[in-house]
Design a protein around this ligand. Sequence first.
Ligand code: 13P
Ligand code: ZN
Ligand code: NA
Length: 275
Amino acid sequence: MRLQERLAKNKNEGKALLATNFYNFETLSAVLRAAKNTNSDIILQVSESSIDYLGVNVAKDLAKSASEQYGVTTWLHMDHGQDVTLVKKCIDAGFDSVMIDASEKPFEENVKITSEIVKYAESANVNVEAELGYISKLGQDQKMVYTQPKEAKQFVEATGVNALAIAVGSAHGFYKETPKLQIDLIQEINEVTPAALVLHGSSGIPDDQLQKAIKNGITKINLATEIKNIFMKSLREEFVATDGIDLRVIFPKATAKATSLVEDKLRAINHKNVQ
Ligand code: 13P
Ligand code: ZN
Ligand code: NA
């Protein structure tokens, strides 16, 4: 099933998919093991910087062959695409989904750029996610512009986008204080637009809030920082504890920690899914 169909189905059923970022083979295999162990389908995402690091085709081939090896249903998604040329390159390379992020631009310009990508993605049958409002990056900026339901409706109608990232109180990275998602706002936006709603910045959001968000219309949950953090923390501990040089012994310990984290998230999300 194409991702756009699956997200539409999720929206009808009040369910969500977890979308995890990966950076290398280890973090990719970590999330695939977690998906396998919990019998979950999962979205695999790469950001522009990860694509710079891995290369478009390596990212795609790695995600595809590893998914087959672990026997997990996955979709490959480009996360926060700001470079239109690179977004188109991902579509051409066979990604299942792309995000065009022109959220820092004025409304009309965001509509124009997003529409161009929707049109480009159409013949390839690729899912397109856009962002409306502004989801801040903790540590870099504290700007927060909530998504307005009326604008969301107008934006989705004007662009024909399948999925919409909304600013409802979450932020990228770790929070200083426990965040409080605007659940009523999620519900309001969900009622006025047919697009699948995406929650960014899910690292640091307590499970009960994630579950409430899903119940009120979130269909895709983006998780990155917590995976990176637990992986690197474990690696640092391993390096202190050993002077070994066998990567294939040291890395799997960090991979296992990341797997267990993602398993917990998937269980929390699936718990809502089966209710
Ligand atoms: P976190 O890093 O807060 O988990 O956010 C992830 C994200 O939104 C990726 O697009
Ligand atoms: Zn994001
Ligand atoms: Na976050």
